[in-house]
Design a protein around this ligand. Structure first.
Ligand code: ATP
Length: 366
């Protein structure tokens, strides 16, 4: 029987152990802004407007990072980016395209490694009023993806002509760290279930180590139900009973794939926010890529980056502003007049953003 949708309009809190960077309570907040390329600059501009409409004072350190600047600097992480992040520690980032099958390394991968952003957090929830195949059930799950190893170790080589190897690296240290973050988050947010995702029936040693670490941490959280799902079964559960899933704790590659799948359940890539978190730095960005097919057309959906900005505001201690921003976005979905084409509307990025801002500017009691 479907569980009726109960929307929780309050902002998602970030996991304290990884996210609690003691950001000095100075005003304005100083945040690095990387618009990126493709639709990145369009959704970044929209998001900056929405954040400013919350009344929170933010000083943006804007840094251009795209295929052109990467070619000019000869590296994916120029010093300007590292210096700014070293100083401000928090960034709002749009997508930067990565060439497929050759060319430069992914900027995201480089940032995660350089800043040790070991946890990737993706909250996936239905948007109020948005009709999807699953809008009659309450989807409210959070994916905690290990961000630094597994098949993303970048260790690939050619063994012989026509034969290549990619190394999947799993360590106890990284597995314990992500498991602790996920369980601590679950406890703080009153979530009841953490599910570790694996393929340890085949990858007995690597995913076996990941599972042993998850089990060890789970013993410290007896009030939280812990279980395990093989990744292929997890994919099926996501499309058949998504309302039963709560916190998914995953190694790197499985989390990457399942989080796009989960985004599809609630309306697509344009909606879902994300955060890459480490002990000292945090980078907030939407799940989607740079979507070259719609870049420059003014129709990109900025919801994912706006909701990522709400996570960022929470991270900066501006929880009220974060909740107001999320509520305004939800109100625009409920109203269903100014939605972008990817979610069935006909509005432009600017129309959607204006509508969010109008809701933010309404008196609190309205
Ligand atoms: P990457 O591999 O860089 O993460 P991707 O393969 O996930 O990218 P995207 O660039 O995110 O692909 O785009 C996939 C499809 O989703 C595209 O056709 C694009 O039009 C659509 N899309 C992605 N993001 C948005 C958005 N914010 N608004 C509207 N449509 C979007």
């Amino acid at each position: 029987m479907p569980i009726l949708k109960e929307q929780n309009p309050s902002a998602i809190t970030l996991p304290t152990p990884v996210a609690e960077i003691r950001h000095p309570a100075h005003r304005p907040h100083r945040v690095v802004l990387i618009p990126g390329d493709g639709i990145g600059p369009e959704v970044a501009e929209a998001t900056v407007r929405a954040v400013e409409a919350t009344g929170i004072s933010v000083e943006w350190e804007r840094i251009e990072l795209n295929a052109k600047t990467i070619a000019e600097h000869g590296g994916v992480l120029p010093n300007t980016v590292l210096d700014a992040l070293g100083l401000f520690r928090v960034a709002l980032k749009g997508p930067v395209g990565t060439p497929i099958g050759g060319g430069f390394q992914s900027v995201n991968l480089a940032l995660r490694k350089k800043l040790n952003l070991f946890a990737n957090l993706r909250p996936v929830r239905n948007m109020p009023g948005l009709k999807t195949r699953f809008s009659d059930v309450c989807i409210d799950l959070v994916i905690f993806r290990e961000n630094t190893e597994s098949l993303y170790s970048g260790l690939e080589h050619r063994v012989a002509p026509g034969v290549v190897e990619s190394l999947k690296v799993i360590t106890r240290k990284a597995s314990l760290r992500i498991a602790k973050s996920a369980f601590a988050f679950a406890r703080r947010e009153g979530r009841r279930r953490v599910t570790a995702i694996h393929k340890a029936n085949i990858l007995k040693i690597s995913d076996g180590l990941f599972l042993r670490c998850c089990r060890r941490v789970a013993r410290e959280y007896p009030e939280i139900r812990y279980d395990e799902l093989i990744v292929d079964n997890a994919a099926m559960q996501l499309v058949t009973r998504p309302e039963t899933l709560d916190v998914l704790l995953t190694p790197n590659l499985y989390g990457d794939i399942l989080s796009d799948l989960a985004a599809g359940l609630v309306g697509g890539l344009g909606i879902v926010p994300g955060a890459n978190l480490g002990e000292t730095h945090a980078v907030f960005e939407a799940v989607h890529g740079n979507a070259p097919d719609i870049a420059g057309k003014g129709i990109a959906n900025p919801t994912g980056l706006m909701q990522s900005a709400a996570l960022l505001l929470t991270h900066l201690g501006e929880r009220t502003a974060a909740e107001r921003l999320e509520t305004a976005i939800h109100d625009v979905y409920r109203e269903a007049r100014y939605l972008t084409p990817d979610v069935g509307g006909a509005a432009s990025t600017a129309d959607f953003t204006d509508a969010v801002i109008r809701h933010l500017e309404l008196p609190a009691a309205a």
